[in-house]
Design a protein around this ligand. Structure first.
Ligand code: IMP
Ligand code: MG
Length: 176
């Protein structure tokens, strides 16, 4: 068990399970993009570990970039998503793959999709390591999903509780 601030967390998903899921995502993408040169865009802060590991397994020619936005304060979604920081690149005609650590309500990817689609991209795809189907409120299709989880608050592998826990190599869930 670990403690971050005032909360306790118990082990939930191992580093091995995560690696397996990411390898599979990379394999699927390699197959799908054999004749494309995609640009992978990680959503900071949470996705730094996923994108890093995903890129070690993706074999095709590609570009890598990051944007930043935030929708969470503490353990609850604020229901408003801030604007996109750091996108200073022309995406016209490109195959864009947004890479998320987790898709929860879907608010973040909805905003991302609107902003990025307006940039005349050729294809827009969404990849996420973790997905909470019970919390999802949108009907935007998720193209690559690593691991589906129940509606529990998790930390580790990029995910934080008020800033802490991102460096953990495995995932923990809130102790009830
Ligand atoms: P959404 O906009 O509600 O889909 O939330 C997406 C963002 O909220 C993610 O990129 C995370 O930064 C954060 N988030 C969602 N669920 C969790 C969680 O269980 N632990 C930590 N952060 C989370
Ligand atoms: Mg995030």
């Amino acid at each position: 068990m670990i403690q971050l601030h005032d909360k306790h967390f118990v082990p939930f998903i191992s580093a091995e399970e995560i690696e397996f899921a990411i390898k599979n995502m990379a394999k699927e993408m390699d197959d799908d993009f054999f004749d494309e040169q995609p640009i992978f865009i990680g959503v900071l802060n949470g996705s730094f570990m996923v994108l890093s590991d995903l890129m070690k397994h993706y074999r095709g020619m590609c570009e890598v970039s990051f944007v930043k936005m935030s929708s969470y304060e503490g353990m609850e979604t604020t229901n408003k998503v801030n604007e996109l920081i750091g996108l200073n690149q022309d995406l016209t005609g490109k195959t864009v793959v947004v890479v998320e650590d987790i898709v929860d309500t879907g608010n973040t990817i909805e905003v991302l999709k609107d902003i990025l689609k307006s940039k005349n991209v050729k294809h827009f795809k969404i990849a996420t390591l973790f997905f909470k189907p019970e919390a999802y409120k949108k009907d935007i299709k998720l193209d690559y999903v690593g691991i589906r989880i129940t509606n529990k608050f998790i930390v580790g592998f990029g995910l934080d509780y008020d800033g802490l826990g991102r460096n953990l190599p495995e995932v923990y869930q809130l102790k009830e």
